[in-house]
Design a protein around this ligand. Structure first.
Ligand SMILES: C[S@@+](CC[C@H](N)C(=O)[O-])C[C@H]1O[C@@H](n2cnc3c(N)ncnc32)[C@H](O)[C@@H]1O
Length: 229
């Protein structure tokens, strides 16, 4: 029998009502890879631009996938911790890190909501394509986690599906639980309205379609740089 006695029980129950992406299947079946798998050795352009302007000592990446941003940070001498739900993604990330001969990155297969990072502090957190997959009831908790583990005035880089582009679900938060979702599209106003509670907006712009041998960016995403208030 299942009972709801705590907030954790309630959240766990709601998680089961939301049917999202099967990430391990995603990382296994690569016939038609999504851009983040096709370019799995290239960091996001906004991360490269950011690192050219600022000195970061300690960073964390949530939903790091096969490690493209975390490995880039480690190559730039940043002590980096990177987490992903998918064991397969993490195995591939570790392999990519070995091939790149970087040591300053630690990859762990963990659910963001089951981690205890409260004793840690990071100057930078990266979320490239995770927030838009989170269930609506987890978003506030996620914002608190990101804010709590950032240093004072620390940075948060977020890449998130943009409304009006192909490939994302244009659903409200009630509809989210009624059918399988592949990721929710956000408007600029919704992103600002949500994150401005705890962050200043340093940059928020629509991505452009750019790819070269060093980095990539796509027009279906919003690119956000936030700074903890
Ligand atoms: C669109 S992929 C992006 C991967 C990577 N950031 C990239 O851009 O290459 C989203 C990733 O978020 C991870 N993810 C989703 N929910 C998560 C959670 N609750 N905890 C940890 N990782 C999560 C998935 O396993 C998946 O690898």
């Amino acid at each position: 029998m299942n009972y709801i006695n705590t907030m954790k029980d309630l959240f766990d129950m709601l998680d089961r009502y939301a049917e999202g992406v099967d990430w391990d299947a995603f990382y296994t079946n690569r016939d038609k890879p999504a851009p983040f798998l096709k370019y799995n050795k290239l960091p996001d352009k906004c991360v490269v631009d950011f690192m050219r302007k600022r000195t970061i000592k300690k960073a964390c990446e949530f939903g790091c996938g096969e490690g493209r941003n975390a490995i880039y940070l480690a190559k730039n001498d940043v002590d980096t911790e990177a987490y992903d739900l998918s064991e397969i993604a993490i195995e591939n990330a570790r392999k990519n890190a070995r091939e790149s001969k970087v040591e300053k990155v630690v990859f762990k297969a963990e659910n963001i909501f089951e981690l205890d990072l409260m004793d840690k502090r990071f100057d930078l957190i990266i979320d490239s394509g995770v927030f838009h997959h989170l269930t609506p009831h987890r978003r506030l908790q996620y914002r608190d986690i990101v804010s709590n583990i950032l240093t004072e005035k620390g940075y948060f880089i977020l890449l998130c599906f943009a409304a009006g582009e192909d490939g994302a679900d244009e659903v409200d938060d009630y509809e989210f639980y009624r059918r399988k979702q592949t990721g929710v599209a956000f408007t600029e106003e919704r992103l600002k309205g949500f994150w401005e509670e705890k962050f200043d907006v340093v940059d928020l712009r629509k991505g452009e379609n750019i790819v070269d041998n060093q980095m990539w960016e796509s027009e279906y995403l919003y690119v956000c740089v936030f700074r903890k208030i």
